[in-house]
Design a protein around this ligand. Structure first.
Ligand SMILES: Nc1ncnc2c1ncn2[C@@H]1O[C@H](COP(=O)(O)OP(=O)(O)OP(=O)(O)O)[C@@H](O)[C@H]1O
Length: 299
């Protein structure tokens, strides 16, 4: 289990991660979502001991990553596939990692086969790898020590469609066998398919967390009118918090009936009123992070 408790990370006067708490549990894939610059990578870097927290803590089964005696045997990490030693071949990278972890060399070939890197590709220097090949090598390195926890930042980045499906099956199988997976991705469809739990972050703060079903079921209502500001104001006056996206849609946790009644009594004509339930992860993500999106929420 990964536990993040009241984690804050500041850079000078800027707070990149602000009092973040969540858990990623065994047997489940936890999707970590948020707009660009929301604080996902910083949080993951703190979890794996690459960045020190300003305050708060992150532990893996109760132990800080830095205190794990042989971390590669317990936690598989892929944060930046391009950070691998560019002058080494894929095979060399896996061989060195095997030696560091005290594993038999036979693991190298097992992992190369698992991630579908051919013997010829394994002899090539990493600087000549495509992004998808680097990603596959990074996954091979993460899985080398047969860990029970995986922490992956954008692992599907650069993978071809077959690679994405392979990754999906791999992570689902890993969690199905009792492993813990914490996974960040901008590919919301991928997350929707494989995640059991979601943690959504915006501007360094958690804006939602819980099981995927729970969060998707509470997606609320979307309304449109030719005077969206008036609608948002009328809802506010009725004690219903709402978010006005730049595309003019108004989103709220209240049910459509209440929103319709407020619009009617305020004399505002609605051109669209619907429950966001079943609208999927993209709608939920845009709605939850509307205040923190650079572009404002899309339809
Ligand atoms: N070493 C650093 N010094 C100063 N600011 C930093 C540093 N590392 C990260 N930040 C800032 O912290 C914020 C969070 O960055 P982070 O990389 O965690 O975001 P992210 O959610 O992973 O974004 P993306 O989806 O774009 O990868 C950003 O504003 C970033 O510029």
């Amino acid at each position: 289990m990964i536990t993040v408790e009241s984690l804050t990370r500041r850079y000078g006067g800027f707070t990149a991660v602000d009092n973040v708490s969540f858990t990623a549990r065994p047997g489940r894939v936890t999707g970590f979502l948020g707009p660009n610059g929301a604080g996902k990578s910083t949080t993951m870097r703190v979890v794996v001991g690459l960045t020190a927290p300003t305050s708060g803590a992150a532990t893996i089964d109760g132990v800080r990553f830095a205190d794990l005696p042989n971390p590669g045997l317990e936690v598989g990490v892929l944060l930046d596939a391009s950070a691998q030693h560019a002058g080494r071949t894929g095979r060399e990278i896996l061989t060195v990692a095997c030696e560091t972890m005290g594993l038999p060399r036979s693991r190298v070939d097992e992992m190369l086969e698992l991630v579908s890197l051919t013997p010829t590709e394994a002899q090539r220097r990493v600087r000549d790898y495509s992004l998808g090949m680097r990603q596959r090598l990074g996954i091979a390195t993460a899985l080398l020590g047969d860990p029970r926890v995986l922490i992956l930042d954008e692992p599907a980045n650069g993978l071809d469609p077959a690679g994405i499906r392979w990754m999906r099956d791999l992570l689902t199988g890993f969690a199905g066998a009792g492993g813990t997976v914490l996974l960040s991705s901008h590919l919301l469809h991928e997350i929707e398919v494989i995640a059991d739990d979601l943690v959504v972050i915006g501007n360094g703060r958690i804006v939602a967390s819980g099981s995927k079903e729970e969060l998707l079921a509470s997606a609320g209502t979307l309304a449109r009118s030719s005077s969206p500001r008036d609608l948002a104001r009328a809802l506010d006056q009725a004690g219903i918090p709402s978010t006005l996206a730049r595309d003019g849609s108004v989103r709220t946790e209240a049910d459509p009936g209440r929103v319709g009644a407020v619009a009617l009594s305020a004399g505002i004509a609605l051109v669209e009123l619907r429950s966001s339930e079943g609208a999927g992860l993209e709608d939920m993500f845009l709605s939850l992070t509307a205040d923190t999106q650079r572009e404002g929420a899309a339809a």
